[in-house]
Design a protein around this ligand. Structure first.
Ligand code: SF4
Length: 176
């Protein structure tokens, strides 16, 4: 992958990315975003069915592999149905996530289709992590303090209580 640079947005030197094989479009999976997006359905029955028996797995464990598989299978299917040659995900930008675990799921989902590839670009690099925080603060985005499922909320609260910290109250914390 080649990276070109251009100057934009508050003087930040933003890397210009080129999708592998010089493809002209990319399907980008994201678990939340304020931009124009394609809703891939909030399918919690399917999710609970898949993670049955893994409720007590720690974050980055087997439950999360199933969780990523479900999301990327849906993304790969959409890419297949709508002629996207490549898809990627923003999930790996979080330092709490295991990049290899995410990328393995992405490649596994793409391998279901002959003409769909998964791009395992590391969004944390090139200043990506700090840029994410900068934009989140500028836009005053909601700051979720746990990964997203009921089990991650339970485990984060358990840890917080062990540290004498208050339990998470959802919907009140924003970047600023
Ligand atoms: S929401 Fe997060 S913690 Fe919960 S299973 Fe999915 S990746 Fe793991």
């Amino acid at each position: 992958m080649k990276i070109k640079k251009d100057l934009s947005l508050d003087g930040y030197e933003r890397p210009k990315l080129e999708v592998p094989n010089k493809e002209s479009k990319l399907l980008l999976h994201s678990c939340c975003a304020p931009f124009e997006f394609i809703d891939a359905d909030y399918d919690k029955e399917n999710w609970f069915e898949r993670i049955k028996g893994l409720e007590n797995e720690p974050e980055r464990g087997a439950r999360c592999t199933k969780c990523f598989d479900m999301r990327f299978e849906r993304s790969a299917l959409f890419a297949h149905e709508h002629d996207f040659p490549t898809f990627a995900t923003t999930l790996g930008i979080s330092r709490w996530k295991d990049m290899k675990q995410i990328n393995d799921s992405g490649h596994r989902a793409a391998s279901r289709y002959q003409k769909v590839n998964y791009w395992d670009f590391n969004w944390r690099k090139q200043g990506g992590s700090s840029r994410m925080i900068e934009i989140s603060k500028r836009e005053n985005f909601y700051q979720q303090e746990y990964c997203g499922c009921v089990y991650s909320l339970r485990d984060t609260n358990k840890w917080r209580m062990s540290q004498n910290k208050p339990r998470i109250i959802r919907g009140i914390k924003f970047y600023n």
